[in-house]
Ligand binder design. Structure first.
Ligand code: HDE
Length: 712
């Protein structure tokens, strides 16, 4: 009954080739050459000398001074002294997983990229998810943008799609990135806050830079507090180009759509989790993969033919704009499945190095000035983070495609290049390695031949000038609950801003231009006068709302991998608990059995039932739903336990399905929980079905307006 937490690891399943597992084999084999397994091995120095005593340093007498001669201690401490590398400047906190990508079909009409042409082809991927603001050790659930970076190890070289979980960005030009990052990072005098944007420098900057308005409203929405890394949408943000074998290019925006749904935490949950389970997101992803609930995303593109470049009321090159899906739907290209956890966090997650400039034939950039700057930044930053120019040789970064060239030597060079000619052309090594001319398939990379006839100037295109209409579209596309969350988020964040003039500027010069009602509500919460009108004329869009933007329209495909807390105590009816568990596991729900303590509980028929954790150890915050087990005495025991009472109230307050076998009904009544579709009691198939359906809807949204009074 306790979860399948000891499910075999991928490495233990070697040889059992299911389609899902075959995928990572190419990358696995490439990592095999460097994977180290110490099982059965003697402890040795780095030079291979066996160590007889790892407890005592070499001294002149048992109470005497240590000797410099002790090469074993020197080697060990020297290594230790250098075993940290600089964390990423942004996106320092992250976690990753291996998996694969598989195309749904042959997309040759769109691109000549090989990995998008053959539905039989399995392309290994490595994904790293991250927060942006906080350092490596910061909380997972803070309000922040999430990085969504995917490295495809294609036969034609590595393709990195380095995106975020929001489709736009704060700034339009790369030259502003250091300013933006300095503003959002902790304040320079006291390094507060860790992991969040609720402070003066962030709001000072964004209230002075209206181009950030659209991204800031996304960051104030539920998208910035994802429930899980598995329930995030991903976006390439910039417009890219796909190019087919005839050289015909299309503009595209990349999208990752999670089959698990686009789901978020509530703000109260996010804040509490940041303390109760700092690792909430990485733990969730890890456990989902270990228990075989492999998360899956669909990769799709919005396609705009070159001829339609100027057909929109925004500029395709402006990274603060989306193409509403109602105008250009997302065409599905293939799926990505994450099915293997890393063996070594440092070697894989920390050392992976992404770069938007890593592309393959059939894919190309556009002139988006944010993208152009990124092409420089990523390789540059790795030189100090990973200690030199050879980071492409680190196993996790190595392409599966061969990579011969004349680049030799330098720090951390591992490859032993044979041959005498490290230059091209040469006649000494038979002319190898040689160029490959571009071709329809398997050719050398050729940039798209865009015609450019222009003056060299420092200027922002006028077509980048509207900063508010899409922020308004976003706000107007939200459900009432989502809109209220946005009001609350602005009020919370600006409430933490010490300087009144910054709060007022955000309300009057940004929010008032997005929506006067939004501005008025936030102003009221801050004790400021409501603005009467905006400060700029905002163009009216023909599209008044984009339903695709509301998370309520992305509930996910079923409940696979969602989590249920099963509360037990002495006297639990073991057979009923077993029946429920089987019914829920048949729906691929993950169940954790929680008791008053971590000790096993006694069932009604005298057996011992193991629990996964105590209720205190696994708060309701980490679950999608709660079930109170049946059996004589269970409810009585839980009723008298403050942690259990809190468990139920908190889950209810967080709009989760709360249910139990029939005895639970009395308790729910005593707690004055108002009846709704997510409050259930019964031990029959009908109740189970209703429970699973309620989990499928993720939250009981209708409950939100009435739960404010619950203390939790
Ligand atoms: Fe990044 N960004 N970024 N960024 N970014 C980095 O590269 C940068 C931007 C994104 O899991 C850094 O290896 C500039 C947009 C992700 O390892 C750095 C600009 C988007 C990750 C860098 C941007 C992103 C990074 C820090 C403005 C979404 C984490 C460490 C021109 C499309 C990748 C590193 C991982 C990381 C620079 C803007 C996504 C400093 C200059 C827009 C997901 O190079």
């Amino acid at each position: 009954m306790p979860s399948k937490k000891n499910a075999p690891k991928e490495s233990q399943l070697a040889g059992t080739q299911t389609p899902d597992r075959a995928n990572t084999n190419a990358k696995l084999q490439s990592l095999e050459t460097v994977r180290s397994d110490a099982t059965g091995q003697a402890l040795r120095t780095n030079q291979g000398v066996k160590i007889a005593d790892n407890q005592n340093s070499l001294k002149a007498g048992a109470r005497g001074p240590s000797l410099l001669e002790d090469f074993i201690m020197r080697e060990k401490i020297t290594h230790f002294d250098h075993e940290r590398i600089p964390e990423r400047i942004v996106h320092a906190r992250g976690t990753g997983a291996h998996g694969y990508f598989q195309s749904y079909g042959n997309h040759a009409e769109l691109t000549k990229a090989g990995f998008l042409q053959d539905p039989e082809k399995i392309t290994p991927v490595f994904v790293r998810f991250s927060t942006v603001q906080g350092p490596r050790g910061s909380g997972d659930t803070v309000r922040d943008v999430r990085g969504f970076a995917v490295k495809f190890f294609t036969d034609e070289g590595n393709f990195d799609l380095v995106g975020n979980n929001m489709p736009v960005f704060f700034i339009q030009d790369a030259i502003k990135f250091p300013d933006f990052v300095h503003a959002v990072k902790p304040e320079p005098h006291n390094e507060i806050p860790t992991g969040g944007s609720a402070h003066d420098t962030f709001w000072d900057f964004v209230s002075l830079v209206p181009e950030s308005a659209h991204m800031v409203i996304w960051a104030m929405s539920d998208r910035a507090i994802p429930k899980s890394l598995r329930t995030m949408e991903g976006f390439g943000v910039h417009t890219f180009r796909l190019i087919n074998a005839e050289g015909v290019a299309s503009f595209v925006k990349f999208h990752w759509k999670p089959r698990q749904g686009v789901l978020s935490l509530l703000w109260d949950e996010a804040q509490k989790l940041a303390g109760k389970d700092t690792d909430h997101h990485r733990r969730d992803l890890w456990e989902a993969i270990e228990t075989g609930n492999y998360p899956e995303w669909e990769l799709g593109v919005q396609i705009v033919p070159e001829a339609d470049e100027h057909k929109f009321d925004f500029d395709l090159l402006d990274p603060t704009k989306i193409i509403p899906e109602e105008l250009v739907p997302v065409t599905p290209l293939g799926k990505m499945v994450l099915n293997r956890n890393p063996d070594n966090f440092f070697a894989e997650v920390e050392q992976v190095a992404f770069c938007p400039g890593h592309i393959v034939p059939g894919i190309d950039f556009t002139n988006d000035p944010l993208l152009q700057g990124r092409l420089f930044s990523y390789t540059d930053t790795q030189i100090s983070r990973l200690g030199g120019p050879n980071f492409h040789e680190i196993p996790i970064n190595r392409p599966l495609a061969p990579n011969h060239n004349g680049q030799r030597d330098a720090m951390h060079r591992v490859t032993l290049d044979k041959g005498r000619a490290a230059y091209e052309p040469n006649s000494i090594d038979g002319g190898w390695p040689k160029e490959t001319p571009p071709a329809a398939q398997d050719g050398g990379f050729e940039s798209y031949q865009e015609r450019i006839d222009a003056h060299k100037i420092r200027q922002r295109s006028e077509s980048f000038g509207d900063h508010f209409s899409q922020a308004r579209l976003f706000f107007h596309s939200m459900s009432p609950n989502e809109q209220q969350h946005i009001v609350n988020a602005y009020s919370f964040e600006l409430g933490k801003v010490e300087r009144e003039h910054i709060r007022a500027r955000e309300v009057n010069e940004i929010l008032a231009n997005i929506d006067l009602e939004l501005a008025a509500k936030v102003a009221a919460n801050l004790g400021l006068p409501a603005p009467k009108k905006g400060t700029v004329k905002v163009p009216a869009l023909s599209l008044k709302a984009s339903p695709a933007l509301s998370q309520l329209n992305h509930p996910g495909e079923g409940v696979k991998g969602r989590k249920v807390a099963l509360l037990v105590a002495d006297g639990v009816d073991g057979a009923l608990a077993d029946k429920l568990t089987k019914a829920l596991e048949a729906e691929s729900l993950q169940i954790k059995v929680l008791g008053p303590t971590s000790a096993p509980v006694k069932t009604a028929d005298g057996k011992m039932l193991a629990v996964d954790a105590s209720m205190e150890g696994m708060p309701s915050l980490a679950f999608d739903a709660v079930w109170v087990a049946g059996g004589k005495g269970v409810v009585d025991a839980l009723k008298g336990d403050g942690t259990a009472v809190h468990y139920i109230l908190e889950a209810f307050k967080h709009l989760k399905p709360v249910a139990g076998d029939k005895e639970a009904k009395v308790w729910f009544d005593e707690l004055k929980l108002k009846a709704d579709e997510g409050l259930l009691a019964g031990s029959d198939g009908k109740t189970y079905k209703a429970f699973v359906e309620a989990i499928g809807k993720h939250r009981v949204w209708a409950r939100e307006a009435s739960v404010k009074a619950i203390p939790a």
